[in-house]
Design a protein around this ligand. Structure first.
Ligand code: T4K
Length: 360
């Protein structure tokens, strides 16, 4: 039987490159608790991303959780309904209420011009997402956050190695969060990070991820265990060396798809700027639900499994039901499909997938 093909597969450095790091761990006997490899990974990431403070944690979700805690966010949090469930779940998990604002029809990011209408006296923060790595309107969102004295977090789970106007997109907001989950372009198996320009906030995040301990191991905060392990950091260090190559390979694969599908009448692409995108996903919008069902079922017959990221729109879930209509998010979520994309996908495989799509 043909090997199934999924929406992605992990980007992994050659195994032999990991070996010396594992030997170092075995020799030191340090497996966790902010060990030398996590420290090295943070330093190398900060250099690679050109950002001042990187705080590595156990997942993209815990990066969001610690950010909410570090900023003392409470009450209502404005966010997008077109994102992975983790973004909204962690708002609710932290006893806040997500308030969903509709998205732009072309970028699929939160529509900055609709944010102010949802601000109430209870609003304390905005959590915007750079969906599929395409940057939000960071300038306008920052302006709104400053005007209304709101905290601002950018969920940048998809947006490693993305610049906006020549600088890392992670420099925006009080905090930007990354995910290093197995499916992300830079992975540590499980992992994430908080990025901030503010040293005090960085120290606060460091304490919160480690039970509230300060450097002298005195408990000075109510913290949690959200530490990254040394093994995860080792995977991150070797994978980071290949990140630029991985990005180039994914860009080539993305462009191959795009060249073939650009004249397919029932397919639309996300609006992105070529140099402000990391090509970690290839999301396409199908013209109708009928097209979507046909394409998915044709692909599945050939053991190809595309993903409906992000369906359903989160405001329609029972947990969050807010009695509001957000028609753009509902329509995009209903018609979206992320096609298989990873660094080892071949041109032949892409041609085959496109042929199946066009003939569904
Ligand atoms: N914010 C945003 C905007 C996010 O997108 C995410 C996560 C987060 C926050 C939270 O970050 P984390 O706490 O997860 O670090 C996946 C990922 O689990 C999730 O990390 C990601 N976003 C989301 C967009 O996608 P699933 O449920 O689709 O993943 P899964 O496990 O079905 O994997 C997809 C395919 O990848 C599989 O069919 C096969 C392949 N795969 C997966 C894993 C785990 C592998 O080949 N090897 C593997 O080890 O959510």
């Amino acid at each position: 039987m043909k090997k199934p093909m999924y929406v992605t597969q992990p980007s992994l450095a050659p195994l032999k490159e990991l070996q010396p790091y594992l030997e170092e761990i075995w020799e030191n006997g340090v497996l966790t608790n902010y060990g030398p490899l996590v420290q090295r990974f943070e330093t190398e990431l900060a250099k690679y991303l050109d950002v001042p403070h990187v705080i590595c944690v156990s997942s993209g979700t815990s990066a969001l959780q610690l950010s909410i805690r570090a900023l003392n966010i409470s009450g209502e949090v404005i966010t997008t309904p077109f994102t992975f469930i983790a973004t909204a779940n962690i708002i609710a998990w932290e006893h806040c209420t997500p308030i969903f604002v509709d998205i732009c029809p072309d970028t699929w990011n939160i529509d900055a011009e609709k944010i102010e209408a949802s601000i109430t006296p209870q609003t304390s923060a905005i959590i915007a997402v750079h969906v599929f790595s395409s940057p939000c309107d960071t300038e306008r969102i920052t302006e709104i956050a400053e005007k209304h004295k709101l905290h601002l977090i950018f969920d940048a789970a998809h947006a490693i190695a993305v610049n906006q106007d020549g600088a890392s997109v992670l420099k925006h907001g009080d905090i930007s969060t990354l995910s290093f989950h197995a499916t992300k372009m830079l992975n540590t198996a499980e992992g994430g990070a908080c990025i901030t320009n503010d040293e005090q906030l960085a120290n606060n995040l460091r304490r919160l991820r480690y039970f509230g301990f300060n450097e002298k191991k005195e408990v000075v905060d109510v913290g949690i265990n959200a530490k990254m392990s040394e093994i995860s950091a080792a995977i991150g260090l070797v994978n980071l060396k290949h990140l630029d190559t991985i990005r180039s390979k994914r860009r080539a694969a993305f462009e191959h798809y795009r060249n073939i599908l650009s004249n397919t009448p029932f397919i639309q692409f996300q609006n992105y700027k070529a140099d402000e995108y990391n090509y970690s996903y290839i999301p396409v919008l199908l013209e109708s639900k009928i097209h979507l069902d046909r394409v998915m079922s044709t692909l599945e017959k050939h053991s190809i499994f595309a993903s409906r990221y992000f369906y359903p729109a989160l405001h329609t879930l029972d947990n969050f039901k807010q009695n509001c209509s957000l028609p753009i998010a509902e329509s995009v979520a209903e018609h979206i499909l992320c096609l298989p994309l990873h660094d080892e996908i071949t041109e032949n495989e892409i041609q085959n997938i496109c042929y199946l799509i066009e003939n569904s």
